[in-house]
Design a protein around this ligand. Structure first.
Ligand SMILES: [Zn+2]
Length: 602
């Protein structure tokens, strides 16, 4: 037992069993002295005896666990000890990993014993790329996930309009037209039919496009003479009339007229997002972007004890938010290793679905465009160099092959300009979020530069329905190329990009190992060899995200000394048939030794 902890509340937790342990060790000490005094016995035997005594005394004086998990099928992601039956936890740390009989040594009457009854336990899962407030807002506004047709879409909007006052803004998110027949974007005129008097803006699931009606366009003064802003596009008919679709930065032209969300609403969204994440089995989410206003809200919610989920947060850059981080310094491991802000999120291009991804060659299904970049090199360069000097991580959204090359080039030139000796951290662990369509010649550059491709398996199984028509078959080589990346020696942290995708760990795990849509379909040329093994998929949501967040010594595997974060599942996703992964449920979520979700309990 370690008595070096001076926290009196910890000391007072030692119960009478421990006192016995102390007495026992004291009596062994007396015995040891006695043996040493009676020097008649040969020294070798004395030493052997001492070794035995010391060993058994250590056995007797083991720490007392607060909670143990036993009878489990526990995958540790520790190569020296890959599967075990039981784990013991004291405070927020793991103190034992091993067998059902071994764990008994840590059980006293104060210990909670969780019988896993053969269920599967994993290191607590991490979503490496998620927009947590967005997940909450999806629940709070018009949720258009899973809408199967334009008629369906309009029916949902009409229902919301009927509940609204005249002139009130209607906002929502989640539609994807690629499954509609025909798969075309909704227009302002479609929306005008159901919403003649209310401004409406409905964001595509990917967040890179929105559909606005005429009332919204009018408020924003967008007409045939409005030119595209940098990094965005006002989609127009052949006759030059805006059709209601606004891509990437062009969304801002209308969004700025929507009444701002109040801090109370953002707070509610964070709480809803946290609740949903914990229920699904996430123990940490890496929140890809945001502001210091969000940071303050997270801090308030941790202070008030309203959220327990671990959050690794980035703020947007280049700009004032990034500058605050660069000059004000990072927040690392606040609230018991729950909250870290040490990364800048940059967005370098748009998305493939809305043809905003920046490509090296034009879109096959829209030869007049190659997408567009959303950040200027002149603004990026000084920020990158300062980030290296000040030990700040950078994570940049890049979907298209041009964007990925642009970011690799920018990272490389900053790293040359600021060599390791002049950096605060030699190994900056910069990331490219999505790394989605990468020219095969650029794949090896990630490993060479130490850049981490942070990828989202569910994008590949959603995009397989339209990526071939956007890109053509040739460019699919190097698209969603998980296995090719892993082979070069990089880690590939996995994420969901919720609310772009649903944000469910079992969908992500399935997508990574199956590389087929949720019905089991995969189109021609979809490179099944890029699917990952189950062991690799497990790493994508445990130790690899930990590494990508400088946390691999703290979490990401089940080892003595690490934080006690676990996800308990209803089935063994390392063994069951692929399709059954999608039916697997989260039974229990444990963060820092605390059970924060149990299936069937509120
Ligand atoms: Zn994202």
């Amino acid at each position: 037992m370690s008595l070096d902890n001076t926290d009196p509340s910890t000391l007072s937790r030692y119960n009478s069993d421990d006192i016995d342990d102390i007495r026992l060790s004291l009596s062994f000490d007396r015995l040891r002295r006695f043996v040493l005094k009676t020097m008649k016995i040969p020294i070798a035997i004395v030493l052997a005896l001492l070794a035995i005594l010391t060993f058994s005394s250590a056995q007797q004086s083991r720490e007392v666990a607060d909670i143990v998990f036993k009878n489990g099928k526990i995958y540790t992601v520790d190569d020296t000890n890959p599967t075990v039956q039981a784990v013991a936890v004291k405070g927020d740390r793991i103190i034992y990993v091993g067998t059902n009989s071994g764990v008994q040594n840590f059980v006293r009457r104060t210990t909670r014993v969780v019988d896993l009854s053969g269920k599967t336990m994993l290191p607590g899962l991490t979503d490496s790329h998620c927009h947590l407030p967005g997940v909450g807002f999806r629940e709070m506004t018009l949720n258009l996930e899973g809408v199967q047709s334009l008629d369906d879409f309009l029916a949902k909007v009409k229902m919301r309009v009927n509940q609204a006052k005249t002139g009130e803004w209607i906002t929502g998110r989640g539609w994807i037209e690629t499954f509609w027949k025909p798969p075309v974007f909704p227009t302002r005129w479609d929306l005008d039919k159901v919403a003649p008097n209310n401004p409406v803006i409905l964001t595509r699931a990917d967040g890179h496009a929105l559909a606005a009606n005429s009332a919204a366009l009018k408020i924003a003064a967008i007409d045939r003479d409005t030119s595209n802003p940098f990094g965005g596009e006002i989609s127009k008919t052949r006759e030059g009339e805006p059709n209601g679709m606004l891509l990437d930065a062009a969304q801002g032209l209308v969004r700025r007229h929507v009444p701002a969300t109040s801090p109370e609403e953002v707070e509610r969204a964070i709480i809803l997002g946290v609740k949903r994440s914990i229920k699904l089995g996430w123990t940490e989410i890496q929140d890809a972007g945001g502001t210091y206003a969000d940071v303050a809200l997270y801090q308030k919610l941790y202070d008030e004890g309203k959220i327990r989920l671990r959050v690794y947060k980035a703020v947007h850059g280049p700009g004032p938010e990034a500058e605050k981080l660069l000059y004000g310094g990072a927040i690392v491991g606040a609230y018991g290793d729950r909250f870290t802000v040490r990364a800048i999120k940059v967005v370098s291009d748009g998305a493939l679905g809305s043809r905003g991804a920046a490509l090296l060659a034009p879109y096959v299904d829209a030869p007049d465009t190659s997408g567009f970049l959303r950040v200027k090199e002149a603004e990026l360069k000084p920020m990158l160099e300062m980030a290296l000097k000040n030990g700040i991580q950078v994570e940049t959204h890049a979907i298209g092959d041009l964007a990925n090359r642009f970011v690799l080039d920018a990272y490389e030139s900053a790293m040359k300009a600021v060599p390791p000796a002049t950096r605060k951290i030699d190994e900056p662990r910069w990331r490219i979020e999505h790394s989605q369509i990468v020219n095969p010649t650029d794949i090896a550059r990630f490993a060479k530069l130490g850049v981490i491709p942070s990828m989202q398996p569910s994008h590949a199984i959603g995009d397989l329905h339209f990526a071939p028509s956007r890109l053509g078959m040739d460019r699919l080589k190097g698209a969603y190329a998980w296995q090719s990346f892993i082979k070069t020696g990089v880690v590939v942290p996995g994420g969901s990009d919720a609310p772009v995708e649903r944000g469910e760990p079992m969908i992500e795990f399935y997508a990574a190992v199956a590389r087929k849509d949720q019905k089991g379909f995969s189109g021609a040329g979809w490179h099944p060899e890029e699917a990952v093994t189950r062991e690799q998929a497990l790493r994508m949501f445990t130790i690899w995200p930990a590494y990508a967040g400088f946390q691999e010594k703290l979490r990401g595997s089940i080892e003595v000394g690490k934080l006690a974060d676990f996800t308990v599942l209803s089935a063994d996703i390392m063994k069951i048939p692929e399709m059954e992964i999608l039916q697997t449920r989260c039974e229990m979520t444990v963060i820092g030794g605390e059970v924060v979700h149990e299936a069937g309990k509120p």
